[in-house]
Design a protein. Structure first.
Length: 185
């Protein structure tokens, strides 16, 4: 559906439930993205994939694929899409740990934002990030997201309280970010 030289995005399908279940129950993968860290049964995950990721009019979810090896490496979504006010929230999980820190998340989110602003004509995309996830915060800032606020001490991890930071990007800010990055080439 969407692609760069290294990755492609395709819609989530029913047969993705098994791979997603593996990621969803890996506490290393979910540590910096899922507030609950609960373990899920395969039936719960299958239900989630079919009813939330696939058949929900207010979300669009995509599997991230390494094009070179045709390996499914993660998932990214626009959720809580509000077409009237042209807003959505974005999420991303790179489930295959050997792909962490190599720019795959940046590429996937860039594709997702391009789709959100250019195809869906959204005005604003937001996200939430845990304050200890400094790599993700830098990634989001690089893409043009701005901090809009925080939910103070609303996440308990490893015996400490952490903030959840709320970030957002407007369509014109995304266009500016693309123009700046293209002018640096």
């Amino acid at each position: 559906m969407f692609s760069t030289q290294r990755i492609s995005l395709r819609k989530v399908e029913k047969n993705d439930a098994e791979k997603y279940h593996k990621w969803r129950n890996d506490t290393d993968v979910m540590f910096s993205t899922n507030p609950s860290l609960d373990l899920y049964s395969f039936e719960d995950t299958k239900d989630f994939v079919e009813n939330v990721l696939m058949d929900n009019s207010s979300s669009k979810s995509y599997i991230i694929i390494d094009r070179k090896n045709e390996i499914t490496i993660g998932v990214t979504s626009l959720i809580n899409i509000d077409y009237k006010n042209r807003n959505a929230e974005s999420i991303i999980d790179i489930g295959e740990k050997e792909y962490w820190g190599q720019g795959y998340g940046t590429e996937a989110l860039n594709l997702l934002l391009n789709y959100a602003f250019q195809e869906l004509n959204l005005h604003r995309v937001s996200l939430k990030v845990f304050s200890f996830n400094e790599k993700a915060i830098r990634l989001y800032q690089k893409l043009g997201f701005k901090e809009e606020g925080k939910s103070r001490q609303s996440l308990f991890r490893n015996g400490q309280w952490h903030d959840i930071i709320h970030m957002g990007i407007l369509a014109e800010e995304y266009v500016d970010t693309i123009e700046i990055s293209q002018s640096k080439r």
